[in-house]
Design a protein around this ligand. Structure first.
Ligand SMILES: *[C@@H]1O[C@H](CO)[C@@H](O)[C@H](O)[C@H]1NC(C)=O
Ligand SMILES: *[C@@H]1O[C@H](CO)[C@@H](O)[C@H](O)[C@H]1NC(C)=O
Ligand SMILES: *[C@@H]1O[C@H](CO)[C@@H](O)[C@H](O)[C@H]1NC(C)=O
Ligand SMILES: [Zn+2]
Length: 354
């Protein structure tokens, strides 16, 4: 899936070494190798042009370069774009230009993160915009972008709190906010005619979630989002990442995964409150403080690391064969879960009321 990025990177390294007459340096850090990617995770190959367009029918399309995704919707009155990840950049405009002669009239921001909407400036200044373009996002996204101004992500013109029906010609996009999950302001984007649901940075079809459960900011909301997704009548899911769209089944599988991770980490915390020789907190904290006198951070880190490692090990027994790259991010996913169980859910194990 990272093939395109890696090819680009290799090309850059090789061409710069040719330019400067140097040889390619061996990396100074050991490069880890991970389990192979199961075929169920991978999408169709990315063509040599560097991006792939997937059609959902009735004028709705996904564009991906292999790692990120955006969608565009062709209506009788113009084109609606949702997100422009900078890594897709101009290729999104080429994909649209090769599909329709209609102008881009609307740009929807799924959420404020630069890796998904940092190409907004490219869309706004594109020749595919003829008269005017309307930008739409949740009010929290607008507030975030006002606080940290970025010329690549202009503050959206139209904002909403709960829901917004975007009707343009023959197309409808139902935008809906159901509370914080991956990030506050992250919206559900539903196309009833295509039975297509987009929610970015929550479900990673066929894959374990990205680092720390996709850099989650509200884990209870993130877990709840899986049920909110499944309450929609959809056939296609666009998660914003990797090289293929998902199905209802992909969402159900990740829901099962996230509940397993929750259960495993909760059981891990319970074990740390016992006198278990490996997981017992007294042993871990005592050893860390012995080696680092007066340094409670060192002790806490040792405790959190062992808890996350144990929870990741247990979770991988089942999931390393079911979801791609379980061995890449399982430790950080378990670490995010352990910390949320402690501070969001109040499952404090050895650090509870004494
Ligand atoms: C809407 O119109 C566009 C442009 O003619 C067409 O490509 C698309 O299939 C139509 N979609 C629906 C849902 O009618
Ligand atoms: C069609 O796609 C190709 C390849 O990405 C691109 O070079 C070309 O400019 C596109 N055409 C339009 C009209 O956008
Ligand atoms: C996790 O698994 C690895 C590899 O089998 C092992 O070396 C490590 O001790 C395990 N960690 C814990 C905390 O059980
Ligand atoms: Zn994000």
């Amino acid at each position: 899936m990272l093939q395109t990025l890696i090819t680009r990177l290799l090309f850059a390294i090789i061409s710069s070494s040719i330019a400067y007459g140097t040889t390619v340096q061996a990396p100074t850090r050991a490069v880890p190798t991970y389990l192979p990617i199961p075929s169920s995770a991978a999408g169709p190959p990315i063509p040599p042009v560097g991006y792939r367009v997937e059609s959902f029918g009735k004028g709705a399309y996904m564009v991906t370069e292999g790692t990120y995704q955006s969608i565009f919707v062709v209506s009788t009155h113009g084109v609606i774009v949702v997100d422009c990840p900078p890594t897709i950049g101009h290729n999104l405009l080429y994909a649209i230009g090769n599909t329709t002669h209609l102008p881009i009239t609307h740009l929807v921001y799924s959420h404020s993160h630069a890796d998904h909407i940092g190409g907004a400036s490219l869309v706004l200044s594109s020749s595919l915009v003829k008269k005017k373009i309307t930008t739409i996002a949740h009010s929290v996204t607008s507030a975030r972008l006002s606080r940290v101004p970025d010329p690549n992500r202009p503050v959206p013109q139209v904002t909403f709190q709960d829901s917004y029906n975007l009707r343009l010609g023959n197309q409808t996009l139902q935008l809906s906010y159901k509370g914080p999950n991956h990030l506050d302001g992250n919206i559900f984007i539903y196309l009833p005619k295509q039975k297509l649901l987009m929610l970015v940075d929550v479900v990673y079809p066929g894959w374990t979630p990205f680092d720390r459960l996709g850099e989650v900011s509200n884990l209870p909301g993130y877990i709840r989002a899986h049920d909110q997704i499944l309450s929609y009548d959809f056939n296609h899911y666009v998660g914003g990442h990797l090289d293929r769209s998902g199905t209802r089944q992909d969402v159900e599988v990740q829901r099962e995964y996230i509940h397993d991770l929750y259960d495993n980490c909760k059981e891990t915390i319970r074990l740390t409150a016992t006198s278990d020789p490996v997981l017992g907190a007294q042993t871990i904290l005592g050893a860390a403080l012995g080696a680092n006198p007066g340094n409670p951070w060192a002790a806490f880190r040792a405790y959190l690391d062992i808890a996350a490692e144990y929870c990741a090990n247990v979770t991988n027994e089942k999931w390393s064969t079911r979801l791609a790259a379980a061995d890449v991010f399982q430790f950080s996913n378990a670490a995010a879960m352990v910390e949320s169980l402690r501070i969001d859910y109040g499952i404090l194990g050895p650090f509870g009321n004494s």
